[in-house]
Write a protein that binds this ligand. Structure first.
Ligand code: GTP
Ligand code: SPV
Ligand code: MN
Length: 595
């Protein structure tokens, strides 16, 4: 071990894990630039990292084709009783799951280095922050954790001899025999991958994958699955939400937190540059929000992360210029294509596609190829501090006060561009019944409509019925200081399959309407599903959307909504007694309004 660790729990844990996993060496990370450079050098020497000519200090990685996204089927919430994990989570009893995983962990780090990565989710030392320590045998994980979290020896100082932390054990599950040549992206086969959470003891065990949320354990595993369970016990919220600050032309600030499922527009909205004059948008966070009620009774949000792990395809100067500017240097790219001029490329990037490239699998690719050059879940990693519109208060320990909650999803039909909830309970109903077409962020089928309440289906660390109740309880506590609630759908399509709404910077028009609602400047039109903008209230100045498309965007097809009812009933029935009465009442009222 390169340094002495004084924390008793950490020392014991490192020893236990080393004995079990049998790494060749143990290295304790300090988060320094030297350390980062050293890791990069190792990755370059072994041909795993590919340098990019046009982006200083930036590298491309190609994962194994089997290891390209989160694996919800292999993700477990392991509580003593299955009821605690609830109907939306895979479950196995802790003893059983631990026994299986211990077998897999046995000798799994042979031929590799065990990295100890002390990190803070949230600013180091802030009362809302949580300390985690990830043990991983992947140098790729180390450099990504450097950017996505606060890795520092100050974390170890803060821990002292007896401080507590959340242990996050990770192995790619690919031991090396003596003399065996390593593969470029070692990992375990799908049926050996386990992403396991033990919320009763704040513990994470991940095995077999080196990709994204499966391996960067501060993100979905700690900051959502474990944190959501802690938040419920302690009376706060951990949500799959972006956080942004919108400033109107008069200088009034509004803080918005929005929950959209994976690959449904959080990073884009978080950094959106308004197309309407005089409005300003700044990014506080693009994926996760931790929220607590402040001394003034309002809800305050912090971004526990320190970087972005963003979807590359579709990102361009046209759609998300601030993300493009965030990744000009010091960025990591995974599963993007590589052009002949040593530049990354992905579908939807500005300009013409390259005449020739190497695709994410390492094969020749031309625009005539029938496959994608970049994997649909190809990602960039960059520090949040590199975003030109990062909000000056993004690291404020007390967070920013939330005025507006937005829920949403990807729905090519039925759901209008925007609606407001009648009240908090109705908002919780909208959040709890949110549905979205599945995306490539998870390994599985893409484009299937599924209920994804509050965009938390893959991330809620306890029974989702209790989670709904927690939302209702938070509303009761917040009373008239509660954020207003809205539901949006940027993804409605015309019959010929085109998006009806231009989206991206024009989403500012929808946010403006929400702010005007908060300020009581505009009235609404009451419909069975919620409150819609009155004609003329949505700012469409300079917008090129045909009258027909506009009508289609806001169309409420009562028959189509009626067909949602049995599906919502089925969805709700899964929660049995745990479904709050207040949501049953909401469903009854909805049914009546549709009649
Ligand atoms: P995760 O990181 O997986 O949680 O995803 P995310 O919610 O941050 O999604 P992101 O903003 O990365 O967007 C995913 C995809 O949707 C990208 O290809 C975007 O270009 C596309 N997208 C985002 N916003 C819009 C929009 O307003 N309209 C349309 N048509 N596409 C959008
Ligand atoms: C998501 O899938 O919601 C992500 C990417 O943000 S990952 O980090 O892989 O979870
Ligand atoms: Mn996400």
């Amino acid at each position: 071990m390169n340094v002495e660790v004084n924390n008793t729990k950490l020392n014991t844990w490192i020893k236990e894990v080393s004995d079990l996993c049998q790494p060749d060496s143990v290295y304790v990370c300090n988060g320094s630039k030297d350390e980062y450079d050293q890791m990069i050098k190792t990755l370059l020497d072994s041909g795993i990292a590919m340098p990019l000519d046009k982006r200083p200090n930036s590298y491309l990685f190609r994962s194994d084709p089997s290891d390209v996204a989160r694996v919800e089927d292999r993700t477990y919430i392991s509580t003593t009783s299955q009821d605690e994990a609830g109907p939306t989570n895979n479950w196995m009893a802790p003893n059983e799951l631990k026994a299986i995983m211990k077998d897999l962990y046995k000798g799994c780090m042979k031929g590799r280095t065990l990295y100890v990565i002390p990190f803070s989710m949230g600013p180091i030392g802030s009362p809302i922050s949580k300390i985690g320590v990830e043990i991983s045998d992947s140098p790729y994980v180390v450099i990504n954790m450097h950017m996505m979290t606060r890795v520092s020896d100050r974390v170890l100082e803060l821990l002292g001899t007896d401080g507590d932390f959340i242990p996050c054990l990770h192995s790619i599950g690919a031991p090396l025999a003596e003399g065996q040549e390593d593969s470029k992206w070692p990992c375990a086969p799908i049926d050996k991958k386990y992403i396991s959470h033990f919320p009763e003891e704040n513990l994470i065990w991940s095995y077999g994958s080196g990709y994204g949320g499966n391996a960067l354990l501060g993100k979905k595993c700690l900051a959502l699955r474990i944190a959501s369970a802690m938040a419920r016990r302690e009376g706060w919220m951990a949500e799959h939400m972006l956080i942004l600050r919108l400033t109107n032309p008069e200088g009034k600030q509004y803080h918005i937190a929005a929950a959209f499922p994976s690959a449904c527009g959080k990073t884009n909205l978080a950094m959106m540059q308004p197309s309407i004059p005089g409005w300003k948008c700044e990014c506080v966070g693009d994926d996760i929000a931790w929220m607590k009620i402040g001394p003034d009774g309002r809800l305050y949000a912090i971004n526990p992360e320190a970087g972005f792990f963003g979807v590359a395809p579709g990102t361009s100067y046209e759609t998300n210029p601030m993300a493009m500017d965030s990744i000009r240097e010091n960025a990591l790219f995974t599963n993007c294509a590589l052009t002949d001029s040593n530049e990354v490329w992905w579908e939807g990037m500005d300009g013409d596609p390259p005449a020739h490239a190497i695709d994410w699998k390492g094969n020749d690719w031309t625009p005539a190829s029938s496959t994608d050059a970049a994997h649909p879940n190809a990602r960039f990693t960059a520090r949040a501090s590199q975003c030109p519109v990062i909000c000056e208060d993004w690291e404020k320990p007390e967070g920013v006060p939330i005025d507006i909650f937005i829920f949403g999803g990807r729905r090519s039909t039925v759901v209008p561009l925007v609606q407001e909830a009648f009240n908090w309970d109705h908002g919780v109903f909208l959040g709890s019944t949110a549905a979205s077409e599945t995306t490539a962020a998870n390994i599985g089928s893409v484009g299937n409509l599924r209920r994804d309440p509050f965009a938390m289906t893959p991330f809620c660390g306890y029974n989702m019925g209790d989670y709904f109740k927690h939302w209702l309880d938070m509303g009761d506590k917040l009373g008239d200081k509660a954020p207003r609630m809205f539901y949006v759908n940027w993804f409605r399509k015309s019959e010929d399959g085109k998006f009806l709404w231009p989206g991206f910077s024009d989403n500012s028009r929808v946010l403006k309407w929400m702010c005007e609602r908060v300020d009581g400047k505009v009235e609404t039109q009451e419909t069975p599903i919620g409150l819609l903008p009155k004609e003329g209230d949505l700012d469409v100045d300079g917008l090129e959307v045909s009258k027909e498309d506009f009508q289609e965007l806001f169309k409420i097809d009562t028959d189509a909504w009626k067909t949602e009812i049995p599906d919502i009933e089925k969805h709700f029935s899964k929660f049995g007694d745990r479904l709050p009465e207040r949501l049953k009442k909401q469903l009854d009222e909805f049914r009546k309004r549709l009649d």
